[in-house]
Design a protein around this ligand. Structure first.
Ligand code: GTP
Ligand code: MG
Length: 325
């Protein structure tokens, strides 16, 4: 992400701008909040931990302000090389920020892991707001008070705000708290710029979201999606993508009986990508077993969209190992 801020330039006194990172444990609702704050879906969401695997930028622009929100993977113990990369991207999202939003799932009892995750926030020495998400799902709203107290003891947050990212409750209070803390500065992006992700990465993410919604247990963690081909043909966009899994059993699950599951995933993804592009789409979906891709540096480089932009398409999978939609 380019950060050519040009803060020394003269500018209208009241316009504010800044970089705000959204952090928290897996599944806290960070991506849901990013989408709500930006007003457009820029990050995929699932009821499984570790949905977000890289930092994702979402830009909100008004006449008086521009805020660049940065969504991050959930803070967790890194086992594989892939997980270490996720944690690395979290660390990058902590430096040179104007403000941090630390998102907490209010429906979960806090534990040692939550206290440990805060070490990252403490180490950043950046103002942080504690956001208590999912208040719509609290059986007993009074349970929020001891939870807030617990976090107050753990870290000196600037503010403690209850919120429902899903229902949009408390969103404007949060926005006001953010804007209050941003420095005067120019808009760095045009008003219609909402994210830094290229279309082919967004398309791969949408496909992965549809897979996450229909699979369970270890399958979601084992899935990676790569767009192999992207062609504009008149009014049609032709996209070919491969779903990589780690084991043959997982391929069988995703393909489903007589290919029914893959067909459903493909058609759900196609509809959403068509909405995103505003164009007709032909989507060819393949499934390939790529054992231990999470430990494969070369594959992880292909997966990183920052390596995709402008670069060659990742190597196409071997046809004999494929299932077509
Ligand atoms: N009830 C309720 N559910 C929510 C709220 N916000 C998010 N969720 C749900 O929580 C789950 C996780 O949401 P995500 O936005 O993917 O969470 P995340 O923190 O980005 O997760 P990772 O990317 O895996 O770290 C999804 O099922 C969301 O629908 C909320 O305010 N209320
Ligand atoms: Mg997420």
């Amino acid at each position: 992400m380019s950060k050519g801020r040009g803060r020394s330039n003269p500018r209208p006194a009241k316009h504010v701008s800044g970089f705000v990172s959204i952090l928290g444990r897996p599944n806290a609702g960070k991506s849901t909040l990013l989408n709500a704050l930006v007003g457009t879906k820029v990050a995929i969401v699932a009821d499984k931990p570790q949905t977000t695997r890289t930092t994702i930028q979402g830009v909100w622009t008004s006449p008086a302000a521009q805020v660049v929100f940065v969504d991050t993977p959930g803070i967790h113990d890194a086992g594989t090389i892939f997980n270490r990369r996720m944690m690395q991207s979290i660390n990058e999202a902590l430096s040179e920020r104007d403000l941090l939003l630390y998102l907490i799932d209010s429906t979960r009892a806090p534990g040692a892991e939550d206290e440990k995750a805060l070490e990252l926030i403490k180490g950043a020495h950046t103002p942080a707001i504690a956001v208590f998400n999912k208040v719509d799902a609290l059986e007993n709203p009074a349970a929020l008070l001891p939870l807030i107290d617990r976090y107050r003891q753990w870290h000196e947050f600037d503010e403690f705000l209850p919120l429902s990212a899903l229902k949009g409750v408390g969103l404007e209070e949060l926005r006001a708290a953010i804007l209050k803390r941003l420095p005067a500065g120019p808009a760095w992006f045009p008003a219609d710029h909402v994210t830094d992700q290229p279309e082919r990465f967004l398309a791969a993410e949408i496909i992965r979201e549809k897979i996450l919604a229909s699979t369970r247990a270890e399958v979601p963690h084992s899935v990676a999606v790569l767009v192999d081909e992207w062609k504009e043909e008149g009014r049609l966009t032709r996209v070919s993508a491969t779903v990589h899994v780690e084991r043959p059993g997982q391929k069988a699950i995703i393909v489903g009986a007589r290919g029914a599951m893959l067909k459903q995933i493909g058609s759900e993804a196609r509809l959403e990508i068509e909405r995103l592009l505003g164009r007709k789409l032909f989507l060819a979906l393949f499934v390939k077993v790529s054992p231990k891709w999470r430990e494969n540096e070369r594959f992880l480089k292909e997966l990183d969209w920052r390596a995709m932009t402008g670069g060659d398409a990742p190597q196409a999978p071997q046809p004999d190992d494929n299932e077509e939609e």
